[in-house]
Design a protein around this ligand. Structure first.
Ligand SMILES: Nc1ncnc2c1ncn2[C@@H]1O[C@H](COP(=O)(O)OP(=O)(O)OP(=O)(O)O)[C@@H](O)[C@H]1O
Length: 573
């Protein structure tokens, strides 16, 4: 496993250490007990005679209880620490993988892995892993004690012991496949629930409730069947294990009884061996008990490791010797990108220049490659062919985080997190003062509506800004861009969901933001395109035209035909 290895090792060895001390104390406890029973029943000892032994026994019981308590505390603390660390690493890695990866995955499956999957590691780390070692070390310790006492019983224990792990291995390898399937079914079910919740409006509008209910029932039934299969195997292995250990202890007891009758062993020794026999098998039995939870944890650990090992699209290890000065000139040369598993290139040999103080409109039909180009600029994807340079410096040489400081992004649907309006704007610059946030809101034309909210800037807004209109959301996104004051501005058709009035308001604010910056706007509407300095037209991943809106419209260009087809579809344009 590539994660938290040091913490897992520390927890593991502490728990193993405590458990071995507890085993040694168990031996001492059984030893005292056999002595007391021998003295009372065979030597007819009185209470004062056995009193010191009784005190010893009491002391051992108390110390053993304390050691076991300490072991539990250490195990739980260790597991919690690993879980917290792992959750942070997973979250950080998903952040580095970026939206291009997360959108490709099913969000529900990722959520299930990051929550339930990590929780399942708790019994795996705190119980199952130490138990693997203990199932060998603890019986060996007991055996070392029994050997000088009664070697024939020790040999008997030694011969019967391997049968239990052998059986467990045989049942376990069969169970493991079922566990993997059960985990997959659970992840699918979570992913489906999330899909349904996110698409509730669509489902209701198309009257698909019944069909969805049946689908969920089908998926849940699949999960139930797989869980029952796993439980059946777990019960079967538990039963077999119980039977085998009872039979083995019975065998030791019978041989001891026969030898006791033949005076081949003293009562105290025979009694002590009999007391220790269940303790000898206990670690192996415990391994069987924890195996179910352990395998569940192993299945999740494999998925978590897979996610953590997913290579980053853009390595951020680059160290820049020079930082580009503002303003920025971006040069895209023969830029190409093909998605994994895709047959055609999403972008091919795109050469384009974005100059400071100008606005470039990126135009093209759906699937032409606009978002891919933006993702390459944002470095959520790494170019496979060609290059991007900033003021002559190769973009790849700049650390990703440093490069993103140069960019302000206004997406089509800005994401607002649960929190206050001020906190949502401050996201663009965490150390901004309240006055700066207020000024950014004013520049973005958002101040008026924010002041009308019940608690102004302190008003809590729901996830995705549920309580705000599309126009208000866009103005908050613009306020973030004003606050960030970045030299490169990327907008993804910011006015596509706005009514004409909100669009006009947004456009006026945007005009205040553009001067002096290098801007790229993914544009569908003619109104947005008409104000751009240059239009870059993409078609099936290739840059087919580039020029001013007026010159492209005047010629018989793809752009002119695109705009014409829009006019037919949308008479408003
Ligand atoms: N994660 C992905 N995996 C595989 N193929 C993808 C992925 N994302 C996009 N594509 C494909 O790459 C091509 C370009 O997609 P892209 O999203 O860049 O187009 P677009 O012009 O932004 O489209 P739209 O205007 O609909 O957003 C399309 O053929 C699309 O199907």
């Amino acid at each position: 496993m590539p994660f938290s290895v040091r913490q897992i090792h520390t927890t593991l060895w502490l728990v193993i250490g405590c458990s071995l001390v507890a085993t040694a104390l168990t031996i001492a406890q059984m030893f005292s007990l056999s002595k007391i029973v021998g003295r009372v029943f065979l030597a007819h000892g009185t209470l004062p005679q056995v009193m010191p032994l009784l005190f010893w026994l009491l002391a051992i019981v108390v110390v053993r209880a304390l050691v076991i308590w300490g072991r539990e505390v250490l195990a739980r603390r260790g597991a919690v620490r690993v879980k917290v660390d792992l959750r942070q690493r997973l979250f950080a890695h998903l952040l580095r993988l970026g939206p291009a990866f997360c959108q490709g995955e099913r969000t529900g499956e990722l959520v299930a892995t990051a929550s339930e999957g990590i929780e399942r590691l708790d019994p795996y780390i705190s119980r199952y892993l130490p138990q693997i070692y203990l199932s060998v070390l603890a019986p060996l310790l007991i055996l070392l004690f029994i050997f000088p006492l009664d070697w024939s019983s020790a040999v008997l224990l030694l011969i019967t012991a391997p049968i239990i792990p052998l059986l467990m291995f045989l049942i376990g390898s069969y169970a493991e496949q079922h566990m993997q399937r059960q985990w997959l079914a659970l992840s699918r079910m979570s992913a489906h629930f999330l899909d349904v919740i996110q698409g509730l409006t669509t489902i209701k509008l198309f009257g698909r409730e019944m069909a969805e209910r049946e689908r969920i029932a089908r998926i849940s039934e699949g999960f139930r069947t797989k869980t029952m299969q796993v439980l059946r195997i777990a019960f079967l292995s538990g039963g077999v294990l119980e039977f085998m250990t009872t039979a083995a202890i019975g065998l030791v007891a019978v041989t001891l009884g026969i030898r006791l009758l033949n005076r081949g062993i003293s009562f105290e020794d025979a009694f002590l061996v009999l007391l220790l026999a269940p303790e000898f098998y206990r670690p192996l039995r415990d391994l069987g008990t924890h195996r179910h939870a352990g395998m569940e944890g192993k299945a999740s650990a494999q998925r978590i490791a897979e996610l953590l090992e997913t290579p980053l699209p853009v390595q951020s290890s680059a160290t820049a010797e020079q930082r580009p000065e503002q303003p920025l000139t971006l040069t895209l040369t023969d830029l190409s990108y093909t998605y994994p598993d895709a047959t055609a290139s999403a972008l091919q040999d795109v050469t384009l220049m974005l100059r400071p103080g100008t606005c470039t409109a990126l135009v093209g039909r759906s699937g032409a490659g606009k978002s891919t180009l933006v993702n390459l600029l944002l470095r959520f994807l790494g170019a496979q062919g060609g290059s991007i340079s900033v003021n002559g410096l190769p973009l790849a040489a700049l650390p990703v985080e440093q490069w993103r400081e140069y960019i302000a992004l206004v997406p089509q649907r800005p994401y607002l997190f649960a929190g206050s309006v001020a906190a949502n704007i401050r996201l663009a610059r965490p150390n901004a003062s309240f006055e700066e946030i207020e000024r950014a809101a004013e520049q973005a034309g958002a101040l008026e509506f924010i002041q009308r909210l019940p608690r102004g800037f302190e008003t809590e807004i729901g996830e995705q800004g549920g309580r705000l209109s599309a126009g208000q959301l866009q103005r908050l996104a613009l306020a973030r861009a004003f606050l960030k004051d970045a030299p490169l501005l990327i907008l993804d058709e910011p006015t596509s969901h706005l009514d004409p009035e909100s669009e006009a308001l947004f456009r006026r604010s945007l005009e205040r933001l553009l001067p002096g910056r290098t801007a790229l706007i993914i544009a569908h509407r003619y109104n947005t395109i008409a104000n751009a300095d240059q239009v870059a037209v993409l078609d099936a991943g290739r840059l087919v035209e580039c020029g001013s809106p007026a010159s492209l419209l005047a010629s018989n260009s793809t752009f002119a035909r695109l705009i014409e087809s829009q006019r037919e579809e949308l008479p408003i344009l």
